[in-house]
Design a protein around this ligand. Structure first.
Ligand SMILES: [Zn+2]
Length: 473
């Protein structure tokens, strides 16, 4: 054996091996499906040129297809090192290549079969639970029973730090070989939660509300009004967002698909097309930065708290109001962050055994006063502070919303249907197809980003269609 590739050691255990296997199996499935499809089409007499296009088997093309699909088929992909997927795809590419060459007589030696799906059983592996198992101080060697000191491909830094701090203990190590002949050592460890976590837990804060904002990506608060965490947008995200605003203003001045004077469709200019393509790329870049920043934060949330309450994204409202253009970029960005947070928390709470409570979409978390429970008819997105006319409280708007959400979650867990000072019930429930939008927001371009969440006008549980006022404008 040349070297040992040591995977990441985050909880859940063995997840990297799983991710690797998943990527490989998923792509093998796809390759096979396309091949079967082509065989079937040939049998119907379809011309060779009109068959479903074959999938490329090279590592770059497998990687390209994987990158296009991973968000849909493995939303948790970002939790693992890229190496885990790459190893899986690399092994698949090699297997396919060997099979194809062997079949056409371009490979010497024993015939090579079609690649198989990886399951635990197919892997040559050995598990050590006793003997010397040690991570060496240089971060690049491990000592294993019978095998001695072995150099590792990836740095063992993360695990080593935890072991040195006494917050992790190795239970066992599994050494296995994948089909490409690479060796992996994966450590099963018990990890103690971070000291900060314990402090929080001992204070009894295990029930939190999370608000997604524009300026700050995420604000975490407890029901008793304490701000527990605030994740600010990285500088790179802010600059991507200001570039977006700049491009959108530019696009608005260019000749697009619609002529506002004649109110007719028109052929857009090349400049407009170019700007639109830049807008798309900048959006994608901003989304990547945002997700990276949110990954760590949502893991901490799911690990440290028992009940996490978030707002519900108003998907129907987003569509009917014309998305980012009509609602203002700020609202669109906050919605995108919220969508990411909810998606990540949905699987992370399952991993770590916590509970995700989703506030009903009519719950006006940002319009309620967390001090006295009174409610403002409207709050502009540009207003960064919530100032209560009733009790005089002045508080950061995101913190105010997060506190309200924490209390909603509390009430929900206690089985109350109506927490004090609020309207609706938590949880998925009533689904309404249309959203009554404030007339001004729908009519104007609304660059100011008027709060799009709707006045709470209907008792929950009653499904019905509220008249979409302003929609006609
Ligand atoms: Zn108040």
């Amino acid at each position: 054996m040349g070297w040992v590739e040591v995977a990441r050691f985050e909880i859940p255990d063995g997840w990297v091996v799983q991710a690797y296997r998943f990527a490989r199996n998923h792509m093998l499935d796809l390759v096979k499906a396309v091949m079967d499809q082509r065989t079937a089409e040939r049998s119907y007499g379809i011309a060779e040129a009109e068959l479903t296009p074959a999938l490329g088997w090279s590592l770059p093309s497998l990687r390209k297809i994987w990158n296009q699909r991973k968000e849909a088929v493995a939303p948790w992909w970002g939790e693992n090192s890229k190496e885990a997927y790459n190893t899986g795809l690399d092994s698949l590419a090699r297997s396919l290549d060997a099979w194809s060459k062997s079949r056409t007589g371009r490979r010497a030696g024993r015939p090579v079969g079609f690649p198989r799906f990886h399951s635990r059983r197919h892997r040559a592996s050995v598990r050590f639970t006793t003997g010397t198992i040690r991570i060496e101080a240089d971060r690049h060697h491990v000592t294993l029973p019978r095998l001695g000191v072995i150099r590792t491909h990836e740095s063992t830094r993360k695990l080593a730090r935890r072991l040195e701090a006494g917050t992790a203990r190795i239970l066992s190590v599994t050494v296995s070989r994948d089909s490409a002949g690479r060796w992996h050592a994966s450590f099963q460890v018990v990890v103690q939660r971070a000291a900060g976590t314990l402090a929080v837990a001992s204070r009894g804060v295990s029930l939190v509300g999370v608000d997604a904002g524009v300026k700050d990506l995420l604000v975490v608060a407890s029901g008793d009004g304490n701000e527990l965490d605030r994740v600010t947008a990285p500088r790179s995200l802010k600059s991507a967002q200001s570039r977006l605003r700049q491009l959108q203003r530019k696009g608005a001045r260019q000749q697009g698909t619609y002529d506002p004077e004649t109110k007719r469709r028109q052929v857009p200019s090349n400049r407009w097309r170019r700007t639109q393509s830049r807008i798309g790329k900048t959006h994608a870049r901003a989304a990547n930065i945002r997700r990276d920043a949110l990954r760590k934060a949502t893991t901490a949330l799911a690990q440290q708290h028992q009940v996490i309450t978030v707002e519900t994204l108003n998907a129907a409202g987003m569509q009917s109001n014309g998305g980012a253009r009509k609602k203002g970029l700020n609202r669109a960005l906050a919605d995108a962050a919220l969508a990411d947070i909810r998606r990540m928390l949905a699987y992370k709470t399952r991993w770590y055994g916590s509970v995700l409570v989703e506030a009903d979409r009519w719950y006006p978390s940002s319009k309620l006063c967390s001090g006295c429970g009174s409610r403002k008819p409207r709050l502009l997105l540009s207003e960064r502070a919530y100032a209560c006319d009733t009790c005089g409280l002045i508080i950061d708007r995101d913190l105010n919303a997060a506190i309200n959400l924490a209390r909603l979650g509390q009430a929900h867990m206690l089985g109350e249907t109506r927490p004090a000072g609020s309207g609706p019930v938590a949880g998925r429930g009533a689904v309404q197809e249309t959203e009554p939008a404030p007339a001004s927001a729908a009519a104007a371009g609304d660059a100011a980003g008027r709060e799009a969440s709707t006045p709470h006008r209907q008792p929950l549980g009653k499904t019905g269609t509220a008249s979409p006022q302003g929609e006609a404008a």
